[in-house]
Design a protein around this ligand. Structure first.
Ligand code: SF4
Ligand code: SF4
Length: 226
């Protein structure tokens, strides 16, 4: 599966309600629609193993010439059928039922709109096994190594489609569990670094996209079991 999609220059990705007063509570999850979620090797192994989902049912390679999807964080991969094009490996998206002609993460479950929630409410159907990028957003480490909040625009993609509208209120550091965020940021950095190492080796001699799942299994599968 491959796609080309343009996103805004916003931050990485996603999340879900952790607490009743979280900005995510009652949100239609614009972040899970606007952003393509870049995956680490361990993200893929976790989802394949814990959800017993085959690679091809949730992973996609996205042409990413502008780097808008990788955002300088995820690595680019090249493949032998189109060696000039840089691809970012991410979660597969599908069509939204509630917002015609828009896309969303295929794991986002949409619930009916009502007077209280005119954009509807949506939740992650793989919350416990969601990728690292989803766990982080919108936390970041600031220059003082303190937990901060990324800059969140009003819309996560160009235009003003309500599907891609982001957080209904501003986040504060009070909304974030600093200990969990610090752990997740560290784990993500480690996992992404390993993806960069794999990309370096892979891109030295690009091969078929069809071989990619076997390589992910070989590189990250055994390590995940140890
Ligand atoms: S758009 Fe913001 S408030 Fe809504 S689910 Fe995503 S992170 Fe939470
Ligand atoms: S995996 Fe879950 S949290 Fe991440 S984008 Fe998809 S629905 Fe949102």
């Amino acid at each position: 599966m491959e796609k080309s999609l343009s996103t805004s220059d916003a931050s990485l990705t996603i999340l879900q309600p952790e607490a009743n007063d979280s900005p995510c509570t009652g949100c239609h999850s614009g972040c899970c629609r606007a952003f393509i979620v870049p995956l680490t090797g361990y993200d893929m192994i976790r989802i394949m193993t814990n959800l017993e989902l085959p690679f091809w049912e949730f992973v996609c390679r996205y042409a990413d010439e502008s780097g808008e999807i990788a955002k300088g964080i995820a690595p680019h991969f090249h493949f032998d059928d189109d060696p000039e094009t840089p691809f970012t490996i991410g979660l597969l998206q599908d069509a939204s039922t509630h917002f015609p002609e828009t896309q969303k993460c295929q794991f986002l479950k949409e619930h009916e709109k009502n007077d209280e929630h005119p954009l509807g409410v949506a939740n992650c159907s793989i919350y416990e096994d969601r990728p690292m990028a989803c766990r982080l957003f919108p936390a970041r480490l600031d220059e003082q190594n303190e937990i901060g909040i990324v800059n969140i625009p009003k819309f996560g993609r160009a235009g003003s489609n309500p599907a891609y509208q982001l957080c209904p209120r501003d986040w504060t550091t009070e909304d974030i569990d600093a200990e969990v965020a610090r752990r997740d940021i560290g784990n993500t950095a480690t996992e992404m670094q390993q993806m960069h190492l794999l990309a370096e080796r892979w891109n030295a001699s690009p091969r078929s996209w069809l071989l990619f799942p076997d390589v992910i299994q070989m590189v990250f599968g055994n390590a995940a079991q140890n």
